[in-house]
Design a protein around this ligand. Sequence first.
Ligand code: PLP
Length: 380
Amino acid sequence: MDHSATTPTDSQVVDVMLPYFTGMFGNSSSLHSFGREAAEALSIARQQVAECLGALPEEIIFTSGGTESDNLAIRGSIPHNSGKKHIITSSIEHPAVLNTCAFLESLGHEVTYVPVDEDGVVDLVQLEGSICDNTVLISIMHANNEVGTIQPIREIAGIAKKNGIYFHTDAVQTVGKIPVKVGELGVDMLSISSHKLHGPKGVGALYVRKGTAIEPIIFGGNHEKGMRSGTENIPGIIGFARAMTLAEQRMEVDSENMQQMRDSLISRLFDSISHVRLNGHPTQRLPNNVNLSFKYAEGESLLMLLDIKGIAVSTGSACSSKSLKASHVLSSLNIEDDYLHGSLRISLGRENTMEEIDYLVEVLQETILKLRAMSPLSGQ
Ligand SMILES: Cc1ncc(COP(=O)(O)O)c(C=O)c1O
């Protein structure tokens, strides 16, 4: 139940990848038949990924995953020979965005981190108000990986367009779970990661709208039209394209199932456990995300006790001997201190079942009781 961290690779995906490790191992840049075979497969994969997004094949740049796609979108948007530039992002982005922005700040560029409200929604008034003459890019994630809040991407795209600024979204957590069509969203760039949608790890893509002027950040043999040099990971890309096509075909049914499990889990936990809060937006959230905070229970202890029972989840609060540090996302939501350190992210996947939800509810009830009985703060 930690699918936002990663997902099992679908067996159909593994099947289509295998031949590209053995008989069809060619380098897609080679001119002989082995190379042409690989180039043909790469071209089909590009078409498949583009089709899922409603994009053109030439608008897809294959990368090593979400982190690289975010880096390319953000660093590539700052022309290397220009003066001081300004980027707008949010306070709850993934480290792939935040640390890229921090690096650019260290080079002298400016970054505005727009705050979010208690549900994790970006403040659009502050976002628009922070635009200045030097602003070159707005980068706001489609949905948050910790609390699952889905951002008003179309509205943000409208603001960016009105002001002549490029708009990038990190859609790593949404592709395959909710509809992601680049035309409808109005984005200029969009990051995807294969391993979040039952594809292999270490591969992904950046969608770049035709005509968007960005520069590469990796130089070499001009692969991917010079935008991302380095021999393409053909087996990975083939698997990624298959995973995306499968996710797209199954999305309606899978998301409906995950949403039912999600809602059942939330209501049963609220009925049976006191002092619990749901983090993130109550309705505008990923169909597979449940992020809860429990008063008088510590997140890491909860995680370890669930692990012993065979349940994998994650927490947004890390315990060290000296301090309890809540994640930057939870800290941005203005959650009461009492709740901040007992958070749990449960992220469902398409192979989870209602029986597993029953088991999770049962184990969580017991575990919370046990931890609260030991807590000096609970008074129980
Ligand atoms: C929102 C978001 N962006 C980017 C990434 C990084 O993706 P990758 O693991 O493919 O580098 C992740 C992975 O956790 C993510 O959740």
